[in-house]
Ligand binder design. Structure first.
Ligand SMILES: [Zn+2]
Length: 181
């Protein structure tokens, strides 16, 4: 059994079983992890209020086969990070990280980018987040027709497509890279 204290950004939380919740966290020291919150679905859970989606928190974790969240102390969201249009964009970034970041791999650059996005409202373009995750739109050409620049990233296959070919892909599975069009 090992214990960790690290800073984290909450990418998502979801119910597990009757009473528990699971938090998908991007942490400074451990990279992306899933941590179980025992009793996290109960109204009086002491952890739940500290784990708002996109919130920034210092978490205490115990690892034994899996991670369990034993304590969390959240930092209040700044007015900047609370602005609706930023929140929207930050959600897109979080879902991209959830779709592409492997678990258990620490990435200082990704952590810093997420931290600054959340605490200082310094949002990066989705193409930059993709690049940090290892997918460089600038050097990519369309998977179907070979055109550049690309305008879409297709999540199921991790491939780039131009604006024309990409517009035919299912909307829920593509990332629109408006900034490189
Ligand atoms: Zn194309």
């Amino acid at each position: 059994m090992q214990e960790y204290v690290t800073d984290a950004i909450v990418l998502a939380t979801f119910p597990r079983g009757e009473a528990d919740r699971v938090a998908d966290l991007y942490t400074k020291d451990l990279g992306r992890i899933e941590a179980r919150m025992i009793g996290g679905r109960k109204p009086l859970s002491k952890l739940a209020p500290h784990l708002d989606v996109l919130g920034f928190a210092t978490v205490r974790l115990v690892e034994k086969n899996q991670f369990t969240l034993v304590d969390a102390m959240s930092a209040p969201l700044t007015p900047k990070s609370r602005a609706p249009e930023r929140f929207e964009k930050m959600l897109e970034i979080a879902s991209l990280v959830r779709a592409l970041a492997p678990k258990g791999i620490r990435d200082e650059r990704l952590w810093e980018t997420l931290r600054r996005a959340q605490t200082e409202g310094e949002l990066r373009a989705l193409s930059e987040i993709l690049e940090i995750l290892g997918y460089n739109a600038r050097h990519a050409s369309c998977e179907t027709c070979g055109e550049t620049p690309v305008g879409y990233f297709f999540l199921p296959t991790h491939e780039f497509f131009c604006a024309r070919c990409g517009s035919k892909l299912p909307e829920s599975e593509v990332v629109l890279l408006e900034e490189v069009q």
